[in-house]
Write a protein that binds this ligand. Structure first.
Ligand code: FES
Ligand SMILES: [Fe+2]
Length: 416
């Protein structure tokens, strides 16, 4: 059910409160250290998709900046996807130096040639007889907890995670059955920006800023002319907000009255199916799972699923986008952005796909262009608290979930 415009979303979640929030979460180095140790070291984190290691012997590296960990993800000969610390058990050399590869049987350490098989077991030691007590079965690569949900590969750097992945996902675990299947990675780029990781997350789960900074979403020629008098437009009112214990979802409506550019008219003509550019008319299609457009919003364009702690997934029709935020410092973040779309069948569809990728990239750049200066303006001397409207409830929830985990752990136990 859509929330009537004159209702307040906070009524559904009164425990969140309505007070101002401290800016220290985005500016304090002490807060950042606690976040690294109590959130990123203990959460399930998305490092890729299972198609990144489609076949046995496929592998990739993920360099996690905070807490620092070089993670080797590999599909073994037995077809199982595993994650390991990228550290040789002889004298601790870095085992693998490239970013990714395929078709390997294992790895040989570049320093002295210890060999590990594709399941991480220590398989061969040159001059083994020169060692005194070598417990080879115990000297496999150190495992990192690794599980797959709906094709997403998660790791957890906590040797004994407080929650199973299923518990961590909660209600969303069963809400996307098969939705992410069948789309391929159409675009992948990375950005390192001088911002706290949460600032981009925040701007991704509210649409209050859309009218101001995203010209790709003008409402109409008339409203654009009304400078200084922002109209009541569909794109700045979120028609549906769902807050889970850790995760959150907002629905972004499209604007059926938006004038179509010549490129967009070509997209319609040549049949590229993506709700990013054109909202779905009428009722929610029956083939979409319960987690997508959960409010059955008319003119639905896409949802923003904010997965705790650092993964924003935009879910549309025929397209989804993942934005994974890897904090390097309180004011520096590495962003891994991937767009997944249906395979194309001909040149026209290819051109349309590239147009959608370019439009999505432009919107991302508009966000970065405004969020990076925001970080430098967030001096504690200038501002100590932020104000949040009812439309920014998912932002408020993000900070509440973060502080809860930092203060109480995932099971509500005090974290030492
Ligand atoms: S450190 Fe790897 S073989 Fe010596
Ligand atoms: Fe935006």
């Amino acid at each position: 059910m859509n929330q009537p415009a004159n209702e307040q979303w906070i009524r559904n979640y009164p425990d969140l409160g309505t007070e101002q929030l401290s800016t220290d979460a985005a500016t304090s180095p002490e807060f950042f250290e606690r976040e690294r140790d109590q959130v990123f070291r203990r959460s399930w984190l998305v490092v890729g998709r299972q198609q990144d290691v489609a076949d046995s012997g496929d592998w990739f590296l993920k360099e996690v900046p905070s807490p620092k960990a070089s993670v080797l993800v590999m599909r073994g000969d037995d077809g199982v996807i595993r994650a390991f610390y990228n550290t040789c058990k002889h004298r601790g050399s870095k085992l693998v130096h490239k970013n990714c590869g395929s078709g390997v049987k294992g790895f040989s350490c570049p320093l002295h040639g210890w060999v590990y098989d594709s399941s991480g077991n220590l398989a061969f030691v040159p001059d083994e007889n020169e060692f005194y007590q070598l417990d080879k079965p115990a000297l496999g690569l150190t495992k990192i907890n690794c599980e797959v949900w709906e094709g997403f590969i998660f790791i957890n750097l906590d040797p004994q995670p407080q929650l199973t992945l299923k518990e961590f996902l909660g209600e969303i675990h069963d809400s996307y059955n098969g939705y992410f299947d069948g789309l391929e990675e159409a675009s992948h780029y990375t950005v390192t920006a001088d911002i706290n990781w949460k600032l981009l997350f925040d701007v991704s789960v509210e649409a209050y800023h859309v009218f101001s900074i995203h010209p790709i979403h003008p409402v109409s020629d008339e409203t654009e002319k009304e400078v200084g008098k922002p109209p009541e437009i569909p794109e700045i009112k979120l028609p549906h907000i769902v807050l889970h214990e850790l995760h959150r979802l907002v629905t972004v409506p499209g604007n059926p009255f938006r004038p179509q550019s010549p490129v967009e008219q070509l997209m319609i003509k040549y049949g590229v199916v993506s709700s990013f550019t054109f909202p779905e008319p009428g009722e929610k299609p029956a083939d979409l799972p319960v987690g997508v457009n959960p409010g059955n919003v008319p003119a639905w364009s896409f949802d923003v699923l904010g997965m705790f702690p650092n993964n924003v997934v935009l879910t549309g029709r025929g397209i989804y986008v993942t934005i994974v935020m890897w904090p390097e410092a309180v004011d520096k973040t590495f962003f891994d952005i991937r767009i997944y779309m249906k395979p194309v069948n001909n040149m026209a569809e290819r051109i349309c796909r590239e147009a959608i990728i370019a439009m999505t990239r432009d919107v991302m750049r508009e966000d970065f262009d405004h969020v990076e200066p925001q970080q430098s303006a967030l001096s504690p001397d200038a501002i100590q608290y932020i104000q949040l409207s009812d439309q920014e409830l998912a932002v408020r929830h993000g900070y509440a979930a973060l502080r809860k985990v930092m203060n109480e752990g995932f099971r509500g136990e005090l974290v030492k």
